[in-house]
Design a protein around this ligand. Structure first.
Ligand SMILES: Cc1ncc(COP(=O)(O)O)c(C=O)c1O
Length: 412
C-alpha cells in the first residue's frame, strides 16, 4: 500500500500525541480491531481487570459483610467526589454514584419539579428537546403525566442541538424544569451549557443536565457554570464497564430543599436505626435508595486516575484532534460517495463523536461489525464514529475510516 497524505498525517499526529502512552493501558489495544464505540461502552483498562479480581478475593472474599463498614458505605461518595474533581468541575460533597442514569434522571427531575411547583403552582412545564436521548424524553413525559404537569418541546436540527434562541423561545413563568444534554447523542452537538443554564434560571427554572456524552471527554464546570442538577453515565468515556452505575450532581444550595421520590433505607438519616418513618440523610446520601452497586463502581476509578494524570484539557485537545481528523478523512474518502457529516463542523460546537450520514449506513454498520470495525448506527442513516481520547489512535481512526469507505462502496 502506498503511503498517502492521510497516512502521513495519522503518523505525525500519533507521534506528537502526548496521550499516546495511555492506549497500551487498555485491554485489546494490541489487536487490529478498530473501536469507534467508546462513547457507548468504553474499553476496559488493564488495571481494572486486576482491580476487580483483587476485590473479589481480598475485599468480598476476605472482608465479607465487614466490607460495608470498613469502606463500601463511603465508596459512592468517595468516587462521586473524584468524578466531581476530575471530570465535572464540582467541589466535594455534591456528587454521588447512584443508580442507572435513567433512574437518577427520574429522581432529579421529579424532585426539581415537585420543589418548583410547591414554590409556585403556576410552574407546571418541563422543557425538553425533541432530539434529547429517548430515556430523557420518556421520563419527562412520564413525570408530567404522573404529576399533572405538561411537556414543552424544543424543536431542534438533528445535525445540531439546542441553541440559546431555541431555549429562550420556550421558557417562561410556567417553566418548572429544563432537561438538556450537554453533548447530543445523535449529532455530537456540544451545547453552550453555561449560557443555557443562565437562560433557564433567569426564567425561574431549574436545569437538569445530562452529561452522559461529555463526562470524561469534554470539560464540564458544574460549579462555575452555576448548574443546579446533573447526571452522567460512567460506562462511556469513564470506562466503568457494562451497566456501571451513573453519577448525580446536586448543587449544595439545593441539597436540603429537594426531596427525592424513591425514599429507600440507604438514603435515610440513620441507615441502621431502621426506624418507623423515613427521614432523609443530610447531603448527598439522601439521593441513594437501595444498596449501592459496589462492584459496578470499581472500574471507573482507573480511568479517573488516567484523566487526572493526563488532565482534562489535554483529553479535550486530543478529542478535538481526533474528531477533526475523522471529519477530514470523511471529506476526502467518503464525501465523493455521497456521505455527509451530520455533526457540527466547528470543533467548539462538537463533543467526542462524529456522525456520518448515508442511506446505506445501517447495512454498513452490520458489515463493519463482522470485520471487527465497530462504530454504531443511529436513525436516520447515521453511523457514529466515537473517539475515546485515551484509547484511540489516529492510525486506528484512519484504518476504520477506510473500512467505512470500502463498506459504502460495496453496499451503497
Ligand atoms: C445521553 C444519554 N442519556 C441517558 C442514557 C441512559 O442511560 P442508562 O441506560 O444507563 O440509564 C444514555 C445511554 O446511553 C445516554 O446516552
Amino acid at each position: 500500500m502506498t503511503t498517502t497524505d492521510l497516512d502521513q498525517a495519522a503518523s505525525a499526529l500519533d507521534a506528537a500525541d502526548p496521550l499516546a502512552r495511555f492506549r497500551d493501558l487498555f485491554v485489546g489495544s494490541e489487536s487490529s480491531l478498530v473501536y469507534f464505540d467508546g462513547n457507548s461502552l468504553g474499553r476496559p483498562p488493564r488495571a481494572s481487570v486486576e482491580r476487580l479480581a483483587r476485590f473479589a478475593t481480598e475485599q468480598w472474599g476476605g472482608r465479607l459483610i465487614r466490607g460495608w463498614d470498613e469502606s463500601w458505605m463511603q465508596l459512592p461518595f468517595v468516587i462521586g467526589d473524584e468524578i466531581g474533581r476530575t471530570a465535572i468541575g464540582a467541589a466535594a460533597g455534591q456528587t454521588v454514584i447512584g443508580d442507572s442514569t435513567t433512574v437518577l434522571i427520574y429522581k432529579l427531575v421529579r424532585a426539581a419539579f415537585d420543589a418548583q411547583r410547591a414554590a409556585d403552582p403556576a410552574r407546571v412545564e418541563i422543557v425538553v428537546d425533541r432530539d434529547n436521548f429517548p430515556t430523557d424524553r420518556y421520563l419527562v413525559d412520564g413525570i408530567a403525566r404522573e404529576c399533572g404537569g405538561r411537556v414543552r418541546w424544543i424543536d431542534v436540527d438533528l445535525s445540531a442541538g439546542v441553541t440559546a434562541s431555541g431555549l429562550s423561545a420556550v421558557v417562561g413563568p410556567e417553566t418548572a424544569v429544563v432537561v438538556l444534554s450537554h453533548v447530543a447523542y445523535r449529532s455530537g452537538h456540544l451545547a453552550d451549557a453555561e449560557t443555557l443554564t443562565r437562560i433557564a434560571q433567569d426564567a425561574g427554572a431549574l436545569v437538569v443536565w445530562d452529561l452522559c456524552h461529555s463526562a470524561g471527554s469534554v470539560p464540564v464546570h458544574s460549579d462555575a457554570w452555576g448548574f443546579d442538577l446533573a447526571v452522567g453515565c460512567t460506562y462511556k468515556y469513564l470506562n466503568g464497564g457494562p451497566g456501571s452505575p451513573a453519577f448525580a450532581y446536586v448543587a449544595e444550595r439545593h441539597q436540603e430543599r429537594l426531596a427525592q421520590p424513591i425514599q429507600g433505607w440507604m438514603g435515610a438519616a440513620d441507615v441502621f436505626a431502621m426506624g418507623p418513618t423515613y427521614r432523609p440523610a443530610d447531603g448527598m446520601r439522601r439521593w441513594l435508595s437501595g444498596t449501592p452497586p459496589i462492584v459496578g463502581m470499581l472500574a471507573m476509578q482507573d480511568t479517573l486516575a488516567m484523566i487526572a494524570d493526563a488532565g482534562l484539557p489535554a483529553v479535550r485537545a486530543k478529542s478535538i484532534d481526533l474528531t477533526e481528523f475523522a471529519v477530514r478523512t470523511s471529506d476526502e474518502l467518503l464525501a465523493p460517495l455521497g456521505v455527509t457529516v451530520a455533526s457540527p463542523r466547528d470543533p467548539e460546537q462538537r463533543g467526542g463523536h462524529v456522525t456520518l450520514s448515508h442511506p446505506a449506513m445501517r447495512a454498513v454498520t452490520a458489515r463493519l461489525w463482522e470485520q471487527d470495525v465497530i462504530p454504531d448506527y443511529r436513525d436516520p442513516d447515521g453511523l457514529r464514529i466515537g473517539l475515546s481520547p485515551l484509547s484511540t489512535s489516529f492510525a486506528e481512526t484512519l484504518a476504520g475510516m477506510r473500512a467505512v469507505r470500502d463498506a459504502v462502496v460495496a453496499l451503497g
